[in-house]
Ligand binder design. Structure first.
Ligand SMILES: *Cc1c(COP(=O)(O)O)cnc(C)c1O
Length: 378
């Protein structure tokens, strides 16, 4: 039996290890100079838009909604074709999540569906750059702003990408990243919130650190003493430690390389599977410069599960991304029903993510391709 091939995997070099051990031997483990350095390094990939490093992509979403001042009674229009965290973190702020359907080709939030879903209670429209292909961010920003809402871009898959020549991070009011090991770069666990708005940035920084106010000019009791700090709004501890920020800065030096290799693998799959009539390969829209985090193959004729089992049987770690978020029992118990977003459900029924990560070799890709072709008897 050949070695098991995972669907995603980190690339960690000796340089990464050295960057981490250097911090471990220093004075700071948690919030030291590596945090500000990582945030500045990240901003080199967001068109210069500032970043707030946090402990996960989920924390980034929770912080972004806090920055948007999401409260009970507010609505968030969200794509269902995502990891549950995009919606769960809004629900945890007490907001009502209104799922809007996706585009049939990319699986990204459909502009018309989002426009139909916004109301005067909508505070955030949450798009997802599914598989690393940017959503229709200009049109979605118009939809959100027209409704008096903010556009949040869950860019867990697309750090390093761009849309219409503008970097991911500079397109939405709030952008969130994840640095989980399978994503485009890793800090083990980690994430970031990116925003060009000084007010949203300040609110994100505050929520990350318990809402602590240390600036005397802003304090209610500034004469309490040199030790004094106070909380005006509740926050949490979502601080990404120095040790992990050092890993992030080191990884960022190879983001372009990761992106290039991911694109090569994507192109190799596309070419090798183009003539297989039982599948559809993932398209790109004009203006999109994706970072292919996933390779979402579409398996036709109800054969997705059989192909999943076939490839797993060959030791190939295929995955399915994602079950529509409102299918999770937690949403079902709130009254969300199957049938809500037909395009998302049709996409889910066909989707199969093939292995895709920078250290995947051409021979590995060919092994996956052979596995798919053998399933179809070709
Ligand atoms: C991975 C992911 C998240 C959550 O990120 P974590 O770092 O795992 O918490 C959120 N949204 C999407 C689309 C993701 O893929």
């Amino acid at each position: 039996m050949p070695e098991f091939l995972p669907y995603g995997r980190q690339s960690v070099t000796d340089e990464d290890v050295a960057a981490v051990t250097e911090v471990l031997r220093g004075d700071w483990l948690t919030t030291g100079p590596a945090v500000a350095r990582f945030e500045a390094d990240l901003a080199l990939h967001t068109g210069g838009v500032p970043a707030v490093a946090v402990t996960s992509g989920t924390a980034a979403l929770h912080v972004a909604y806090a920055a948007a001042a999401l409260v009970p009674g507010d609505e968030v229009v969200a794509s269902p074709m995502t990891f549950v965290a995009t919606a769960a973190t809004a629900a945890l702020h007490g907001a009502k999540v209104v799922f809007a359907d996706v585009e049939p080709d990319t699986g990204n939030l459909a502009v018309e569906a989002a426009a139909a879903a916004v109301t005067e209670r909508t505070k955030v429209v949450a798009a997802v750059d599914y598989a690393g292909h940017p959503a229709e961010l200009d049109a979605l920003a118009d939809v959100a702003h027209h409704a008096g809402a903010l556009l949040l871009e869950d860019a867990a898959h697309s750090v390093g990408g761009s849309w219409q020549g503008r970097a991911v991070g500079s397109l939405a009011d709030l952008t969130t990243f994840s640095f989980f090991p399978t994503k485009n770069l890793t800090t083990a666990e980690g994430g970031a919130v990116v925003t060009a708005s000084p007010e949203l940035l300040q609110r994100a920084q505050a929520f990350r650190n318990h809402g602590l106010v240390r600036d005397k000019a802003l304090q209610r009791y500034p004469d309490e003493g040199g030790w004094h700090q106070e909380v005006h709004e509740f926050g949490l501890n979502y601080r990404l430690p120095d040790v992990l920020c050092a890993l992030g800065s080191s990884q960022l030096t190879r983001l372009a390389e990761f992106k290039k290799r991911r694109a090569e693998i994507h192109a190799r799959y596309n070419a090798a599977l183009a003539d297989v009539s039982g599948v559809l390969t993932p398209p790109s829209r004009p203006g999109a410069d994706p970072v292919w985090h996933l390779y979402p193959l579409r398996v036709l004729d109800g054969r997705r599960r059989a192909l999943f089992d076939h490839l797993r049987g060959l030791g190939i770690g295929v995955q399915v991304n994602y079950i529509p978020a409102y299918w999770h029992p937690v949403f079902e118990d709130l009254g969300y029903r199957r049938g809500l977003c037909p395009n998302a459900e049709a996409y889910y029924e066909q989707e199969l993510s093939l292995p895709l990560f920078p250290s995947l070799t051409d021979a590995d890709v060919d092994r996956v391709v052979d596995g798919v072709r053998s399933f179809f008897g070709i």
